[in-house]
Design a protein around this ligand. Sequence first.
Ligand SMILES: *Cc1c(COP(=O)(O)O)cnc(C)c1O
Length: 385
Amino acid sequence: MTSAKWPARSDIYDRLGVPKVINAASWLTALGGSLMRPEVFRAMEEAGQHFVVMDQLYLAAGKVVARACGAEAGMVCAGASAGNMLMAASVLTGDDDAKIERLPDTAGMKDEILILKSQRNYYDKSFEQAGATLVDVGMPSDAEPYHLEAAITGKTAAVAYINAPFMKRPIALRQVVEIAHARGVPVIVDSSAEVPPIENLTLPMKDGADMVTYSGGKGINGPQNAGLLAGRKDLIAAAHKHYMNPDGSSRASIGRPAKVSKETIIGMVTALELFLETDHAAVWEGWRKQAKYIVGRLQGIPGLRVVTEEHENRQGPQAVIYFEPKWKGLAPGQIRQRLKDGNPPVYVGGGGYGDEINMVMVNVQPGEEKIIADRLAEILGTGKR
Ligand SMILES: *Cc1c(COP(=O)(O)O)cnc(C)c1O
């Protein structure tokens, strides 16, 4: 398949005229999420050679997901947003076929999902996609247990809880579960980007959550259009019905957009198994070295405080540039722009505490830390090499 327009040996992105970038901004979907390992591609290619009964594949993959998350049951879906939608649909309808067919019309159902106001985020729309109405609980940046207790009514279908960097957790998940369960209300958790660390894969279930979802294409390095959904057996069975009719007919319900291909399911399961076998301490240490390298190269510039940071608001060890009042150089926005305008374009994190420039190592490929440091040294005006 060669033509003048598509020279066989040039890079596929070059052929399309799309620049490849250095991603020091984390698992951003806008930059492609994460990179899959060769084993994952090989498994996907193998999966594409055969037909299978999708329901059997779905159930087998679900067992792997369940085990990984320490849950009764699991499944692969089309990402954490799809997972949010399926969790909401499942708590609204349970196993009731008539209700499942009715969504997003929620007539005759409890259809309110409570969410801490301080945990509202761009992705919570996906709970509403199922037909649920989100009801805010507590203050914009705080909440007390009694706020949640008072908010639960006869219309409450579930409490949604969000685990994410920079997301406030004014009430711990375990306590949210206690309060909700005491009133017969399930708790559904969006933990999209919470792994690694690997312990976060089982924490929500240990804390008593009823369902949890993770992105497949962030820290787990699976297909970008895949996600994990795990939880109680009856609720996963309901999610299954929303997503794919288990009787083998092609009846589709509201979960249809959460569909994943056989290749994607195999890719996700393969990535998950590799993730479970990974020496995460070694990977973490690699990120730490990359961050320290950049920080080392940018010391001694008047007005800048350049440090490594490792804590739960940062995804992995990061190199962070803080701008002090005496900084007289380019504004942070101008620096970001110069990084993007260079060749190759470099994308850095969005800050978090203010206008600091944070560099996330989770997607920085070996050696790219040197390019980042070179570019910053040039832009910030230091002779250090
Ligand atoms: C990224 C993200 C999502 C969306 O996940 P996808 O797998 O891309 O659908 C949902 N919630 C949170 C908190 C996220 O960070």
